[in-house]
Design a protein. Structure first.
Length: 363
């Protein structure tokens, strides 16, 4: 309630002036370094807070007595269940496979005929000689347009309408002053002039050739002598590599394991430290007082298009702020989401200023 009242006092409407900025008295409160075509307003900067976390002692450290029970372990012993003995083992004979090659047909020679090789030769001959062709190119005209200045451009101040984008409950809190450029006025004079005069050009008509193709002998037929290798066949047979024998093998003794439980460590009493217990307490501290901002650039009425409002709603939704339906209407839910975004990001609250649009990523 108090913040809205302060915002109402800061954003009172200003007078509409249709003159250039140089005619204002030095005591008038207008945006400094204003640019034509842009709008400006004063906004409310919220207080800035930080969160501080502290630890508070809940329970002091203490000690307790703890009994450690005795420890037991298993001891194993091995005894002979069956003594070592010896036995004879038969080792069978080992055979190997032997491969031999036998000549079936002796090596020989044979004559092979290499045929003649021909190649295709292509020649070009003139079918029609080159000629010269003359032609007349007519002149080319062009239309020249000239602009004549009727009245020079000038700037003037205009008082904005009640801005429907104002986040305050009272629209009268959001009057803005806009510096508007009235464009220069021109009249257009059109006439035709010769761009290129008529001329005679000569065109070279190239000669026409025809292609004649024929085959000529590249290399004559010859013969060559080829070696025919001998032919062999492979015979495979088995033969004894080592005869059958016997050997003496030792059969190891067999043991069995007896296991019993014995005390490995006696019980003992120890004193255990119990650490202190703490709780975490979080509180908010004021870092910087807010207040009234300097003049800031804001959206003009003509810039607040349905496409711009939809872009703002989509950006708020993407950053986790619910603007309500995406309907290009700056309604109560969208205004509330925008105000919360400005407060959370330490931005001036109450207007669609350019700094807020940049923070949302809206161009």
């Amino acid at each position: 309630m108090t913040r809205n009242k302060t915002l109402s006092l800061m954003l009172m409407g200003a007078l509409t002036l249709a003159v250039t900025p140089s005619v204002f008295a030095q005591g008038d409160d207008y945006p400094p370094n204003a640019q034509p075509g842009k709008c400006y307003a004063k906004c409310l900067i919220p207080d800035e807070y930080k969160t501080v976390t502290e630890q508070v002692l809940v329970k002091e450290a203490s000690k307790k007595v703890q009994v450690i029970p005795a420890e037991f372990g298993s001891v194993s012993e091995q005894i002979v269940a069956k003594p070592e003995v010896k036995r004879l083992v038969a080792i069978p004979a080992v055979y190997e496979t032997v491969t031999e090659q036998i000549l079936v047909k002796d090596a020989s020679k044979r004559l092979e005929v290499i045929p003649a090789v021909y190649e295709t030769v292509t020649e070009q001959v003139i079918d029609k000689p080159a000629t010269v062709k003359k032609s007349t190119i007519p002149p080319v005209y062009e239309t020249v347009t000239e602009r004549v200045l009727v009245r020079e451009a000038y700037d003037k101040w205009e008082k904005g309408k009640k801005d429907p984008n104002c986040l305050s409950a009272n629209p009268d809190d959001c009057r803005v002053m806009c510096l508007v450029t009235i464009p220069a006025e021109y009249k257009t004079v059109t006439k035709q002039v010769v761009k290129t005069p008529a001329r005679v050009v000569e065109e070279q008509v190239p000669a026409v050739y025809k292609t004649v193709t024929k085959q000529v002998l590249k290399s004559a037929a010859t013969t060559r002598e080829i070696d025919v290798p001998a032919e062999y066949k492979t015979i495979t047979k088995q033969r004894v590599k080592s005869p059958a024998t016997t050997k003496e093998e030792t059969v190891p003794a067999e043991y069995k394991t007896l296991t019993k439980t014995v005390e490995t460590k006696a019980p003992q009493v120890i004193e255990v430290d119990i650490p202190a217990e703490y709780a975490t307490v979080t509180k908010t501290q004021l870092v910087k007082r807010g207040g009234t901002s300097e003049w800031r650039e804001v959206l003009c009425d003509t810039q607040t298009t349905p496409a711009k409002i939809i872009a703002i709603q989509n950006a708020l939704k993407a950053k986790g702020y619910d603007p309500g339906p995406i309907d290009n209407v700056l309604g109560p839910q969208t205004r509330a989401a925008l105000s919360k975004f400005q407060k959370d990001n330490n931005l001036p609250v109450g207007r669609l200023d350019i700094e807020t649009l940049r923070a949302l990523g809206v161009q």
